[in-house]
Design a protein around this ligand. Sequence first.
Ligand SMILES: Nc1ncnc2c1ncn2[C@@H]1O[C@H](COP(=O)(O)OP(=O)(O)O)[C@@H](O)[C@H]1O
Ligand SMILES: [Mg+2]
Length: 292
Amino acid sequence: MLQEVVATRYVTPLREGGSLPGIVEADDLGTYVMKFTGAGQGRKTLVAEVICGELGRRLGLRVPELVTIELDPVIGLAEPDQEVQELLKASGGLNLGMDYLPGSLGFDPLAYEVGAAEAGRVVWFDALINNVDRSWRNPNMLVWHGDLWLIDHGATMIWHHNWPGAEASAAKPYNASDHVLAPFAPDIAAAAAELAPLVTEELLTEVAADVPDAWLVDEPGFSSTDELRRAYVAPLLARAATVHERIALDAPAANRPSQAPGWLTERLPPRHRPSAGDGATAAARTGREGGR
Ligand SMILES: Nc1ncnc2c1ncn2[C@@H]1O[C@H](COP(=O)(O)OP(=O)(O)O)[C@@H](O)[C@H]1O
Ligand SMILES: [Mg+2]
């Protein structure tokens, strides 16, 4: 079970992503990034956040703490933005919260160096969960106190949108060419050797148990929420054993973001500082020509 808190104040919307998450304060005096059940992406996004976020954490990756947040839409009454008002009105009850990391920065591949071992663990994990949302356009990673933190696991496990095809879909390859950590020579073999044995039926059952019933009820084709929870276990278990053989990492990425400002890189601990700090660094790492 995730910790349960009650929202006490809606602070502000976050407009960087697509789902209009909001910063809220809660009765445990915590501050959270809240993802709403009433958002257009639907409740499966929240199921994916819990299963994959908790799985990642148990595999030793950094994922901010997840909680469930009880929302009384009345706390948004003073909110002037119509879109936010409607979202809050549609989201009474249980929503998802992620511990807000104050002062964190969005990951920039030109401003932050990632070792091959860590890059390998993240790419392998994203292949396991079919994450299509960790590209350089939209890294969904934060740098906080000099460390890399993974956020936003809503666009994963595509197969849970089509249960009859889930098993076949879980056997498919993962194209990591566009992955934001592709230029960091990710050591996939080492990651697979380290992490795949940890992905057991027990562990997957445990993370599926963290999903609140409210987000699982009435799924077509399933007679109970526990039956649906069990359906998440088999595809992930099967995929963990062999997915490393099906990770494609070949094609070069297209235009990269411009050089990061000095005020940003100078504040990073030396181990994470890019050595040259321009596009040539990324190209040198991959053995490709610069100037894209
Ligand atoms: N735990 C967090 N701490 C600080 N900022 C966060 C956190 N989670 C998300 N954010 C910020 O909010 C933005 C949107 O969050 P994200 O989970 O990516 O939502 P979306 O599903 O809308 O893409 C992120 O790009 C990041 O800037
Ligand atoms: Mg996002």
